[in-house]
Design a protein around this ligand. Structure first.
Ligand SMILES: Cc1cc2nc3c(=O)[nH]c(=O)nc-3n(C[C@H](O)[C@H](O)[C@H](O)COP(=O)(O)O)c2cc1C
Length: 261
């Protein structure tokens, strides 16, 4: 008996000796149907939130709007005391009349010239002028004649005292209409009273193509070329597919014709 006792003890986990009766058979477990889904490795459900790129907040908020234009503003009197400085804090602020704003630190030499003339010219550079854009943005007219140093030429404007920069492809004559004092800068809000563009930027039908000028964009300390290749034309996102296809074919035909010429 000692053997049997031992066996029973093991299986029942009890200290009591088992009765003579045969051990009860466990009821057969109900068979579970295994589906293909059960066999497939379990996937973690991915929510739209998981797919979105993760963002981190920068330690310090700053002037991160980008890209912005980098322009050269000419100021003062043509042929007398004209100066120029680089400005990235520039933007269109009204359509009719056309208006823009430039923000200038009060300590800049150019600041008082703009205040005195109540006018300035915004000169849009092409990539050929990018070195001059940078240079006139680090040197002061207090110390150096930037026109001579950069071999740039003053052309008289039609309606304001300040000069156009001849070598720059696009010049906007501006008259100050309002000055807003901000903590670090004075923002000059001005009306664009005349626009000069290089002849070759206007097509045979008289349409102006600033994208042909090789303009410059400025992003957080670096100058970049504005590419001529387009992503989308304004309004294409809501165009009927048939119209979009027709326009695309017209463009292709135009390019083919141009290549043949
Ligand atoms: C890319 C770039 C952007 C600049 N943007 C501005 C600006 O928006 N406002 C400003 O007051 N100064 C700006 N500056 C600095 C002036 O251009 C710079 O201080 C210049 O030397 C002032 O010239 P001035 O003393 O002859 O007026 C910028 C400089 C660079 C290089």
């Amino acid at each position: 008996m000692p053997k049997k006792e031992n066996r029973t003890q093991k299986s029942a986990g009890s200290a009591k000796p088992a009765a003579k009766a045969a051990p009860k058979k466990a009821a057969p477990a109900a068979k579970k149907t295994v589906t293909a889904e059960d066999k497939a490795p379990k996937k973690k459900a991915v929510s739209a939130e998981d797919k979105a790129p993760k963002k981190i907040a920068l330690a310090k908020a700053g002037t991160m709007l980008a890209p912005v234009p980098a322009v050269v503003v000419s100021c003062g009197k043509t042929g007398v005391d004209a100066n120029m400085l680089t400005i990235a804090w520039v933007g269109t602020v009204n359509s009719d009349p056309p208006m823009l704003s430039v923000s200038v630190r009060r300590e800049r030499f150019s600041h008082d010239l703009i205040v005195r003339e109540k006018a300035f010219v915004v000169n849009l550079p092409s990539r050929d002028q990018v070195r001059a854009v940078d240079w006139v943005g680090v040197k002061s007219g207090r110390d150096v004649d930037k026109w001579a140093a950069m071999k740039l030429t003053q052309d008289p404007a039609d309606l304001v005292a300040s000069p156009l920069i001849r070598e720059f492809p696009i010049n906007l004559e501006c008259r100050v209409v309002k000055t807003v004092e901000l903590p670090s800068h004075d923002m000059f809000i001005a009306e664009i009273v005349r626009v000069h563009v290089r002849e070759d930027l206007v097509d045979a039908k008289g349409a102006f193509h600033p994208e042909w000028a090789g303009l410059v964009a400025y992003t957080h300390g670096t100058y970049f070329p504005v590419a001529r290749t387009r992503l989308l034309k304004q309004g294409e996102s809501v165009m009927k597919p048939k119209t979009a296809k027709r326009i695309l074919n017209e463009r292709k035909a135009k390019r083919r014709d141009a290549r043949r010429k």
